[in-house]
Design a protein around this ligand. Structure first.
Ligand code: MN
Length: 253
């Protein structure tokens, strides 16, 4: 089994090392193509206004000077001799839950894989306290990762769907189990904007993610993580709202 690994925290991210250890329990045919720099919040963006550079570190390890989507495209079109059987994106440093999935470079790399017809799984490690830098604990992902991926390998994925996995901010022994749940929604009072002044006297603003309060809907990814479970959510790329189709069609008939 040929596996492509990518990540939106960059080629040197600790979570990518965690993912590589998980992937090597399944295969030795591991390819890594990841953004050279952190791309969290890049969503599904594709670099069009400047060239993308490819840097090779060893036979199967490459950095791309672009977004996670750029990295997957480069892997599929340029780097790999044949398409992978599986794309794993992560393990992200931080949650990708609810409506945050569309901001997520981690999820979007898996979206790109799903659009290419390849079985794709996004994996994210939730953490509790902000300000830990690269010291966020990945132990839950490390311990539970293979247990989550293994049953997904033999399962047919519907066309243009992917699987989004989040690991709770708990020690592995305190993880309550695995729940398959739907995507939830945050309340839209999101994060904080930190204002400051740069060394030249100009104001700047910086989006923060901490302090988002929400009441998670029942049987959602947000609730599962809050209850200490690993969340597994199938996502689809057809964003059409079926219930509105007939109503809109009638309005424009
Ligand atoms: Mn990230």
């Amino acid at each position: 089994m040929r596996i492509l690994l990518t990540n939106d925290d960059g080629i040197h991210a600790p979570g990518l090392d965690v993912l590589e250890r998980i992937a090597r329990t399944f295969s030795d045919d591991i390819w890594i193509v990841a953004p050279a720099e952190e791309q969290s919040g890049a969503g599904h963006s594709l670099t069009l206004s400047r060239p993308v550079r490819l840097r090779q570190f060893d036979e199967r390890r490459f950095a791309v000077s672009g977004t996670p989507t750029d990295a997957v495209m480069m892997a599929l079109r340029e780097v790999m001799p044949a398409a992978p059987d599986l794309i794993l994106s992560g393990v992200n440093r931080g949650a990708n839950l609810g409506d945050d999935v569309t901001y997520s470079g981690t999820v979007s790399a898996a979206v790109e894989g799903a659009l290419a017809g390849i079985r794709s799984i996004a994996l994210s490690q939730v953490y509790e306290k902000e300000g830990m830098g690269d010291n966020v604990p990945f132990a839950a992902a490390e311990e539970w990762g293979a247990r989550v991926i293994q049953p997904l390998l033999g399962l047919p994925f519907a066309p243009r769907t992917l699987v989004n996995v989040n690991f709770p901010a708990r020690a592995p022994a305190d993880v309550q189990g695995i729940r398959v749940v739907r995507q939830g929604f945050h309340d839209y009072a999101r994060g904080s904007v930190v204002e400051g002044t740069d060394p030249r006297g100009y104001r700047y603003f910086w989006f923060g993610l901490h302090g988002i309060e929400h009441t998670p809907g029942h049987q959602t990814d947000l609730e599962a993580i809050q209850d200490g479970f690993v969340s597994i959510t199938p996502l689809q790329l057809d964003l059409t709202h079926d219930a509105s189709l007939a109503q809109l069609a009638q309005r424009f008939s």
